[in-house]
Design a protein around this ligand. Structure first.
Ligand code: ADP
Length: 830
């Protein structure tokens, strides 16, 4: 016997091909008569099922290919016998014997039978009851058995009722979730009264192995079967729920993608209709063109091409596109090749510099030298890195600009004041949201050429903290060995800074880290003397302001006396910035008169100044009006240049305490202690009693208390004020001084002498006491200043006291101390 049907006997396993297999249209299932609720022995042909289990009362079409099975069906139909269907243990076996079959199956009633063209037959069958095989009667030409048709109790106990409900509840969900089950299946199940049948029906709908199905069949007790089914159903439900979740997630994603795709296609269609090309594609091709044109070095070109490919492959609305677009914008807008031609005509450069700036010989000379060398050895010459140091308004920035103009280079400027983060100089990596290149690269974009004059302002105000040290990044920028391949974190590719002419500016040199100072050539911009200021005003500031205010036809005349008064009473500065502002202010008034058709201002006269500029700002001279006890004018060196700084001392009855006020730094406080110790060690010479210091409290104060002060150079000033107060000897009001003091009274050198002398000169001081050790610095001081000042060089405190103190005042019993001076009346001076 051969079997040649690939389908096997048990195809259409679940029978869902039948539109509604559970509604018995053709077969009417007749429930057992009450009297028939007993087991019966039956006899009939057996049909092996390859991979299905036929449950009682199930209706299903079957296709039968094996000869013995066809024979069995035919016999059953002819003799009106039940066909007993039993599942095979191994679906692969064709020629089955008793050992290949389970022993429990079901008896079937056959409805119609159709012969198919390939020789197989198709039947529609309905299960009857469970049938337990008792005996094989024959195996050929078909298998014939005797079996026990098992009756099933249909009564519902409370337990079966509860179980049935639980199973139904689960089943309802399963039907909802399982898309391959017809919806009315649940209604059908709900109407089944017979618990065993309900269990069988549910079992059919579950996804189970044949062995598992057989297991269900073999649970004869309906209650136990329901229980068994409820476990299987719960498991199935779990899987179904998971499947459902996955399915809906996938569906959502699909829906979104489809929607976007659809919209984009629509947009394209609309754009084509309107004759516009897709803007994204256009943008990509424009960027491509730019990348090819800007002359990127090899490494940068590769990087840019990689990025543009990445961008082109993305949908235009992807968030990453924006990031890449910004990056490529930076790439193509930076100057990579573009260079301006240097004008190396010495005469021309000199002329430009002279025509804009008075004085500043060192800076001008250095530029001319650079040009000379560059002319002789154009390729070898590295750009110098200059550092202009000086108080505000002394022409640092404007000279930088003039250098750029003289050389024919572009000029850019960036301020480093308050930069604390390395990333501000070197940029953030692109992985950060909103990352940008650092200030150097940003400024280079503005420069529009690779060889600008690049001014880095306020290098002395760089900070450093946990965010990294910006000066380290700056070192790389300013190091000729490294800056040909400067790496910005954002750009990722090396950028060439070697052709840039760097100029840094600072107010004072001290705070600049030594490593950075090393890289630069320091050029000092000293404060201007009054004469220099007058010169600058006449030659540069006034003509410029006149021109800027459109007063060329009726230029107001500023006499020297007027300017002097402006310098002395309206500005108090090292540079000329405020002076220029005041001149501008007068020019505005003159312009307004012209515009109002009033008589033009021809000469500015001294009495007009308060009307134009308001009351003098600095009329109240810093100097005391008379010689007083306990107050000395010291000289300080600040960011704004040199300055006068008073030191006041008062004595009070007390217990020998020292109070220091006026925001003094550590060094200055120690310096005050040293001054006091010196004074105490000299108490004999000063005519003070042994226990004098135990009976007074001393208070040293430096006015302008809101400004921090530090440094050792106030040493002799504090000692002088102290001794003046102790001995009741007034201090000459036109004397000022600077110098560090040792405990033995030696006077040591200090910094910023030139600025301090210029400040003293500005303030109208006559005599200045300076340390002898500072003598070499006097060379730098303008001659005019030295001529006007009486500079007393000292090496010991005695000389200071001799110069500064007047003879002690006679003690008057019960005298009230005047302002600024509390005499030591409580303690006898003798
Ligand atoms: P800084 O950068 O040192 O603070 P600026 O360069 O801004 O000072 O100078 C302030 C103003 O003073 C500018 O208008 C500048 O032209 C003018 N100025 C300063 N020094 C000179 C000088 N030596 N000759 C001509 N003008 C000067």
């Amino acid at each position: 016997m051969t079997w040649n049907n690939d389908w096997g006997d048990g195809l259409f396993q679940m029978g869902w091909t039948n539109p509604n297999p559970f509604l018995f249209s053709e077969f009417e299932f007749e429930p057992d008569e009450p009297g028939e609720q007993i087991d019966k022995v039956i006899e009939g042909p057996l049909m092996p099922l390859r991979d299905m289990v036929f449950y009682p009362r199930m209706v299903s079409p079957l296709i039968i290919g094996r000869d013995r099975s066809i024979e069995a069906v035919e016999v059953a139909l002819e003799q009106d016998e039940p066909l007993i269907a039993v599942a095979q243990r191994d679906p692969g076996v064709d020629d089955v014997g008793p050992e290949d079959l389970y022993t429990l199956g079901a008896d079937l009633i056959i409805g119609r039978m159709l012969h198919m063209p390939d020789g197989s037959v198709s039947i529609l069958a309905q299960g009857g009851r469970r049938a337990q095989i008792l005996e094989y009667l024959q195996l050929e030409p078909y298998i014939r058995v005797r079996a026990l048709s098992i009756a099933e109790p249909t009564a519902r106990t409370r337990q079966t009722e509860a179980l049935a409900r639980a199973v139904l509840a689960l089943f309802e969900k399963a039907v909802q979730l399982n898309r391959s089950l017809p919806e009315d299946l649940y209604i059908f199940a709900m109407n089944i009264r017979d618990p065993g049948w309900l269990a069988d029906l549910v079992a059919q709908t579950l996804t189970l192995e044949t062995a598992q199905r057989q297991e269900v069949l073999e649970v004869l007790d309906p209650t136990a079967r329901l229980q068994h089914i409820s476990v299987l159903l719960a498991k199935e439900l779990d899987v179904l729920e998971l499947e459902d979740k996955i399915h809906s997630a996938v569906q959502q994603e699909l829906d979104r993608n489809q929607r976007e795709y659809f919209l984009r296609e629509q947009m394209k269609a609309i754009q084509t209709e309107l004759g516009e090309t897709d803007s994204f594609t256009q943008e990509v091709s424009e960027l491509r063109e730019k990348i090819a044109q800007v002359g990127l070095p090899e490494e940068a070109l590769k990087q840019a091409e990689r990025e543009i490919e990445r961008m082109a492959a993305m949908p235009s609305l992807a968030p990453e596109v924006g990031v890449i677009r910004t990056y490529l914008d930076w790439m193509v807008s930076l100057p990579w090749q573009k260079q301006t031609e240097d004008n190396l005509e010495l005469a021309h450069v000199e002329k430009v510099l002279e025509s804009r700036h008075y004085g500043l010989p060192k800076a001008k000379e250095r530029i001319l030298e650079y040009i000379a060398v560059k002319k002789l050895a154009p390729d070898k010459m590295r750009s110098p890195i200059l550092c202009f140091v000086g108080p505000p308004g002394t022409g640092k920035t404007s000279l930088g600009k003039s250098i750029a103009e003289a050389l024919g280079r572009n000029f850019v400027r960036v301020s480093l004041g308050g930069v604390r983060d390395e990333a501000e100089i070197r940029g953030h990596r692109r992985t950060y949201i909103g990352a940008m290149p650092g200030r150097v690269i940003q400024t280079m974009r503005r420069a529009e050429s690779i060889n600008p004059v690049f001014m880095l302002d306020e290098v002395d105000k760089l900070g450093s903290d946990f965010r990294g040290d910006p000066s380290a990044a700056l070192l790389e920028v300013l190091d000729p060995e490294q800056n040909a391949a400067f790496s910005d974190h954002y750009m990722e590719v090396a950028y060439d800074l070697s052709k840039v002419f760097f100029i840094t500016t600072a107010n004072i040199l001290d705070p600049i880290p030594p490593a950075l100072q090393d890289r630069m050539e320091v050029i000092e911009f000293p404060s201007y003397t009054e004469e220099e200021k007058l010169e600058i005003a006449h030659r540069f500031l006034i003509p410029r302001q006149v021109e800027e205010h459109g007063l060329e036809k009726h230029p107001p005349h500023f006499s020297t006396d007027v300017l002097k008064r402006m310098i002395r009473e309206y500005t108090y500065e090292a540079g000329v910035r405020n002076l220029e502002r005041e001149i501008a202010s007068i020019c505005r008034k003159a312009a307004r008169r012209l515009a109002e058709h009033k008589k033009p201002l021809k000469r500015i006269k001294e009495p007009m100044l308060p009307r134009f500029l308001g009351p003098p700002h600095y009329l109240h001279n810093k100097l005391e009006q008379e010689d007083v006890v306990g107050t000395v004018m010291g000289l300080a060196w600040t960011e704004g240049g040199g300055d006068l700084m008073a030191t006041e001392v008062v004595l009070m009855p007390g217990k020998g305490n020292l109070t220091l006020t006026g925001q003094l730094g550590d060094v200055m406080q120690e310096s005050a202690q040293a001054a006091l110790s010196y004074a105490r060690s000299r108490s004999d010479d000063l005519g003070l009693e042994d226990d004098f210091f135990d009976k007074v409290d001393i208070h040293i104060h430096l006015p302008e208390g809101a400004i921090r002060k530090d440094g050792p150079s106030g040493g002799i000033t504090m000692a002088t004020a102290l001794i003046s107060a102790l001995t009741n000897a007034p201090v000459r009001r036109d004397v000022s001084m600077t110098g560090e003091i040792t405990l033995r009274g030696r006077v040591l050198a200090i910094g910023g002498l030139k600025e301090k002398l210029l400040a003293a000169h500005r303030a109208g001081i006559k005599t200045v006491i300076v340390p002898k050790e500072n003598e070499p610095d006097l060379v730098e001081v303008p001659r005019k200043v030295l001529r006007d000042l009486n500079v007393v060089q000292v090496s010991h405190m005695d000389e200071v006291l001799n110069t500064a103190l007047l003879p002690p005042l006679e003690e008057e019993e019960g005298e009230e101390g005047d302002e600024g001076h509390v005499s030591n009346t409580t303690v006898p001076a003798e």
